[in-house]
Design a protein around this ligand. Structure first.
Ligand code: ATP
Length: 356
């Protein structure tokens, strides 16, 4: 049976414009090997340049053409000449919130050939997946400013947790933990200092855990979790945390796995009411833009997540194997990994592996 996946391609800004076309090439190469699967990309030129022309990062009704897509492939949003809160809220968060992609999933592993800054960590001792609450919490968007520029100026960002929001993301994370060999989850909290919403978060974890008797779980304060990630990486497997906590922990995770350029993420609507969105975790990296230096592996790994989510597990596994063959060869390491390879060399090598 022939399957044609409709993918929205949103490169965004900076190196997003370089790594997304490379990823499309890789997906076309996969489909050339599997003739019954096709990818059809529709391109959207939203981001900083679009903002300069139109005053918005994406059109007001921009979600409409995305709605019918099977998935969204996203590059990055960020521009040194536009304030970060405008680029973030005007594009990436508009899509995440508009499509209620409430689970942000970030796998972390030390891929073959990649060096971790952790001196005593064997590659098989670090295999995590962080589930970040992606719709509320500290990044709810609620709050305001008044009396700007006056001594009595006031500003607030309100952190909101709802029972529905916490239950659904924790349930998703426990289910994910259940599907992994270790069947273990760590619930990150800060209920010692945040004594309302985080206490509810802890209580809900106790309730949700009862639905998963075969999953073991523990609780860790977010500050202690950073030390545990560094000192005892093997003690962690699946991790669930609020929006801000997981934001910080997952950048640490990416650094411990060798480079920001490798790490992937999926913004998932587990109920599949809307398309989910897959992207590398790095930003627009204007410092290396246009030089062909960007590491495209984070984007390729995001495509693996996309294929898995679409139910194309064999294709996902094939792409992941190709990625691992390429990272295992130091001659194919880009500058962020201490190598001299260019982005194109990495893409060509991945395509060559796929085509074997
Ligand atoms: P933004 O404001 O969009 O978040 P940023 O430049 O502040 O972007 P990142 O893009 O996340 O932050 O990256 C920080 C640094 O890491 C970059 O300056 C770049 O040198 C390096 N880096 C990030 N991603 C990659 C990549 N894919 N390949 C190579 N280097 C990268």
């Amino acid at each position: 049976m022939n399957k044609k996946y409709q993918i929205a391609s949103i490169p965004g800004d900076g190196i997003g414009k370089e790594v997304i076309p490379e990823c499309e090439k890789v997906l076309h190469a996969l489909s050339a090997q599997n003739k019954n699967i096709e990818f059809n990309f529709e391109h959207f030129d939203w981001g900083g340049d679009y903002y300069r022309k139109h005053g918005v990062m994406m059109p007001e009704d921009g979600l409409d053409p995305l709605r019918s897509k099977d998935a969204i492939l996203f590059g990055s949003a960020g521009d040194p000449k536009i304030p970060d809160h405008i680029t973030l809220w005007g594009l990436r968060l508009k899509i995440c919130q508009g499509f209620d992609q409430y689970a942000n999933v970030r796998p972390t592993r030390i891929l073959p050939g990649i060096q971790t800054p952790l001196r005593n960590c064997q590659p098989d001792q670090l295999d995590w997946v962080i589930v970040r609450e992606n719709s509320e919490g500290e990044y709810s968007g609620l709050g305001g400013r008044a009396h700007q520029g006056h001594p009595i100026e006031v500003a607030s960002d309100m952190s909101i947790l709802t029972r529905v929001g916490v239950e659904r993301v924790q349930r998703y994370a426990f289910r994910l933990a259940q599907s992994r060999p270790r069947k273990h989850i760590t619930v990150i909290t800060k209920s010692n200092a945040q004594r309302h919403a985080m206490v509810m978060w802890d209580e809900i974890a106790v309730q949700v855990a009862k639905e998963f008797p075969d999953v073991t779980w523990d609780k860790e304060l977010v500050d202690a979790a950073t030390a545990r990630m560094v000192n005892h990486p093997e003690s962690l497997d699946t991790i669930v945390a609020t929006n801000l906590h997981a934001d910080v922990l997952s950048d640490l995770a990416a650094a411990l796995a060798g480079s920001l350029g490798i790490a992937p993420t999926g913004n998932i609507d587990p109920e599949r009411r809307y398309p989910s969105m897959f992207e590398p975790i790095h930003g627009s990296a204007f410092d290396i833009m246009g030089k062909g230096l960007a590491n495209p592996i984070g984007t390729f790994w995001s495509a693996v997540m996309m294929l898995d989510f679409l139910g194309e597990k064999d294709l996902g596994a094939k792409l992941m194997q190709a990625i691992e063959k390429v990272t295992a060869n130091p001659k194919l390491h880009t500058r962020d990994l201490g190598g001299t390879a260019m982005m194109k060399d990495v893409t060509d090598a991945v395509i060559a592996e796929i085509s074997k």
